[in-house]
Design a protein around this ligand. Structure first.
Ligand SMILES: [Zn+2]
Length: 455
């Protein structure tokens, strides 16, 4: 009986012990940062009433954590043994705590005082990638403040200081030419200007003009245009106005320009004569068989010199022999005589006395240069070339002449068969008259220029 009781007590204690066993699941898995590795850390024990783990149990896990996507993941953990069963749930967060990164093209913004300049930027987030379009930009206290938040509300603020400065000068652009030629008595009209500043834009209305032109008095006048911006950057530019008289009918001084035109006349000669007339400039025409008699006649009647060049201008023909040469120039001179009533005594060799095209006849130029003088001709080469056989650009031609002018006698070679060369004449005359030159035509008493003979 006693034995039975003892067995009963022991059985009850064992039963009680068994009944109080419980499953304990411990989850130590942590929230995880997006893109990091997630480690499941769970254990399960069958514990007795005193908390002793008497048996480790397997855990069945349901649900998974995608660390590539931010969110809350519910995971179920379950352990079973015999009639005992335990299930717990835990929420695992995949989170992002990394703020976006803003990059800018400059650390300091230099800006005009009346502006804020600008900055270009890019915002990249570890999770949202390019979020440049979410950036806000504002100017506070001389700084650009760039702000951006990612989808997890991580915010980045970037401050870029603005340095206000302007050390660039404005510019003034003159309308029309910076060199103006006026005949005495002609009114000076300001042809205008514009001024622009890097910061202020159009500042034409700030331009100050000084200088006066007395167009009744010959001379050189300077008009000065100046403008200043807000930070005292100043620019000044000038226009030069030459007031000149017509070519004076005065004795030849020490600055003389002899304009000479070869190979004509041509269709352009009348136009040229108009220009020469307007300025009272006398020139010299070394003529050929070309063009109309009336052009030669008009040139002669208007006081220009008519000289001999060549009838055929065919080098192989005219430099074949002395006889051929003189036959050729006689033909031109007969033309001149027929039109003007008198023979010419001035001459320019076709190709100039220094030509080498005649070398097929050795020494012909040496002989001719002497022979023409024996026969009463005076020949003229040139010491200023318009180089107008190479171009038709009148401003280039004018410039070729102008840059070669010097004190003394300037015998200028041009061709009135080149329209561009004819158009260059006005500029050459204006320059000459306003720089103290006198224009004259050549005659047998004029000082001459001879090239070195090359054949
Ligand atoms: Zn010629």
């Amino acid at each position: 009986m006693k034995k039975v009781v003892i067995i009963g007590v022991i059985s009850s204690v064992i039963l009680f012990y068994i009944l109080t066993l419980k499953i304990n699941i411990t989850v130590e898995s942590n929230d995880v940062k997006v893109f990091d590795n997630y480690n499941e850390n769970v254990s399960s024990c069958l514990e007795d009433i005193l908390g002793f783990c008497i048996l480790k149990l397997p855990v069945n896990i349901e649900g998974n954590v995608d660390t590539n996507i931010i969110g809350n993941y519910k995971i179920k953990y379950e352990s079973k043994i015999l009639f005992k069963n335990k299930m717990i749930e835990k929420e695992i967060k995949v989170y992002d705590d990394e703020p976006p990164v803003i990059t800018v093209d400059k650390e300091v913004i230099e800006s005009c005082p009346n502006k804020n300049g600008d900055v270009s930027y890019k915002a990249v987030d570890n999770y949202d990638n390019d979020i440049t379009d979410k950036v806000t930009k504002e100017v506070i206290n001389n700084k650009y403040i760039l702000k951006v938040s990612d989808s997890s509300n991580n915010e980045t603020v970037l401050e870029i200081p603005i340095e206000y400065k302007d050390d660039e000068k404005p510019t003034i652009k003159l309308n029309g030419s910076s060199i103006v030629y006026l005949k005495v008595g002609e009114k000076y009209d300001e042809s205008g200007y514009t001024a622009t500043d890097n910061c202020l834009g159009d500042i034409t209305n700030r331009v100050k003009i000084s200088g006066i032109v007395d167009s009744n008095k010959e001379g050189k006048y300077t008009i000065t245009y100046s403008v200043v911006d807000d930070l005292n950057n100043k620019i000044e530019t000038t226009r030069t106005v030459y007031v000149y008289n017509k070519n004076p009918d005065v004795p030849i001084g020490d600055k003389v320009i002899y304009l000479t035109f070869d190979d004509g006349p041509s269709n352009y000669t009348n136009n040229l004569l108009d220009i020469l007339k307007e300025y009272n400039v006398k020139a010299t025409f070394f003529v050929t068989s070309n063009g109309s008699d009336s052009s030669i006649k008009r040139a002669y009647q208007e006081g220009h010199s008519i000289g001999i060049h060549s009838y055929s201008h065919n080098y192989n023909e005219i430099y074949k022999s002395e006889e051929a040469f003189f036959n050729d120039i006689d033909k031109v001179n007969n033309r001149i005589k027929r039109i003007t009533g008198e023979y010419s005594h001035i001459l320019r060799f076709a190709g100039g006395s220094s030509n080498t095209v005649s070398r097929f006849n050795k020494g012909i130029m040496t002989r001719l240069s002497k022979e023409v003088e024996l026969r009463g001709y005076k020949y003229f080469d040139w010491n200023v070339s318009a180089a107008d056989t190479a171009t038709k650009d009148s401003s280039k031609i004018a410039n070729n002449v102008i840059k070669s002018l010097k004190k003394g006698n300037n015998i200028v070679l041009q061709h009135d068969t080149n329209y561009g060369s004819v158009q260059a004449v006005e500029e050459i005359i204006k320059y000459g008259l306003s720089h103290g030159y006198v224009f004259a035509s050549l005659n047998v008493t004029s000082p001459t220029v001879h090239h070195a003979i090359n054949n």
